[in-house]
Design a protein around this ligand. Structure first.
Ligand code: G6D
Length: 348
């Protein structure tokens, strides 16, 4: 069984829900915002595992970037300035003097055109958007396509494609906050995360990467053998404390393994695996989450979710030896991230 439903939310917004026998995913054409992912726990109880607002009008501003497609460039750009072929471009300064997540006209708050589709073993929606030359200060007319697909094998695939008519910069991601406890009954402190990464980017006081940590061994950033997120919440490591006692760092993946990231929550029995052809990701543990915003199940608070923002690093604009985010007119940006869901143990 696989199914797609479309519900009108307001004059311009629709909410799509993709379902199979095991799980369902709901999202909007506005910002490509994922509003719910319902997955059963080890007893078979289906619960929501992503943060979403109870009042959808909050998505119009969405200071937390909940669930949204992020672009043109995910992450921070130092001093909101890029240099392309000896031309300097000033971008939106939407976080003090820096640029965050594509700026005020970022992809998280634009209306995407959509087409639904059904395949033999999957169903989904393709979103398209044309970002005009100069939007948020970026050069080039950029055509973007983002496809959300649910398969009969409980995989949620996000495919990103983009082309440009002028050299520009681009790195896209999705900014969902995951919480495998189900209906936000706990924080993510007890989530065990495994990341195939031995290198991270070190941040300054403005959360701008300024150096590469070449070996995270014996630190709170070594997730290669699995680690509870709690460890970073109580750590005395200067990098954990700098970001508000947690994680908000770019992890460079060591290789294209089967799954670069595995997240397990023993209480619920839920497991989420992430496989991507991106070179790394930002893991953000909602250290700076505003308290008291009405979400679907509870009010927002610190550590209520964790983001796995797969992307190439914007820091490649000012640091050497990092994967580039440049997009040339004769290239197609083609990236994929697969979130798959399973159980720690199947109840008889
Ligand atoms: C904070 O530093 C974090 C970002 O990584 C995150 O994307 C944002 O909150 C929502 O600024």
């Amino acid at each position: 069984m696989i199914d797609l439903k479309k519900e009108k939310i307001n004059d311009d917004w629709y909410e799509f829900t993709l379902s199979n026998h095991f799980m369902s995913i709901s999202f909007l054409n506005f910002g490509g915002i994922i509003t719910k992912i319902l997955v059963p726990d080890k007893y078979g109880t289906k619960e929501n595992i992503v943060l979403c607002y109870q009042d959808y009008t909050h998505y119009e501003t969405n200071p937390l970037y909940l669930g949204a497609i992020i672009g043109r460039v995910a992450g921070r750009i130092k001093n909101a300035t890029i240099q392309i072929q000896n031309t300097e471009y000033k971008l939106d300064q939407n976080e003090s003097c820096h640029h965050l997540h594509g700026g005020k006209k970022g992809f998280h708050n634009v209306l995407w055109d959509f087409n639904t589709f059904q395949e033999e073993d999957g169903i989904g929606v393709t979103f398209t958007y044309t970002s005009p030359d100069g939007e948020s200060g970026y050069p080039g007319n950029v055509n973007v396509k983002v496809t959300y697909r649910l398969t009969i094998n409980n995989e949620f695939l996000i495919d990103y494609e983009a082309t440009t008519d002028k050299e520009t910069v681009l790195t896209l991601t999705n900014h969902s906050y995951f919480n495998l406890s189900g209906d936000l009954k706990n924080t993510v402190s007890d989530h065990e995360v495994t990341i195939d990464s031995s290198r991270i980017l070190k941040l300054d006081k403005d959360l701008i990467p300024f150096d590469i940590v070449e070996d995270v061994s014996e630190t709170e950033f070594d997730f290669r053998r699995g680690k509870l997120l709690q460890e970073g919440f109580v750590s005395h490591n200067e990098q954990n404390q700098l970001v508000g006692c947690g994680y908000d760092h770019y992890f460079l993946f060591d290789q294209q393994t089967a799954n670069q990231v595995i997240v397990a929550n023993n209480d619920s029995g839920r497991i989420m695996k992430i496989k991507t052809n991106q070179p790394g990701m930002v893991m953000y543990t909602a250290n700076g989450m505003q308290e008291g915003i009405r979400l679907n199940e509870v009010k927002s608070k610190k550590y209520l979710g964790v983001c796995f923002e797969t992307q190439a690093p914007s820091a490649s604009l000012w640091l050497n030896d990092l994967p580039s985010i440049t997009l040339l007119p004769n290239e197609t940006y083609k990236k994929q991230t697969i979130f798959s869901f399973d159980m720690v143990e199947k109840k008889k």
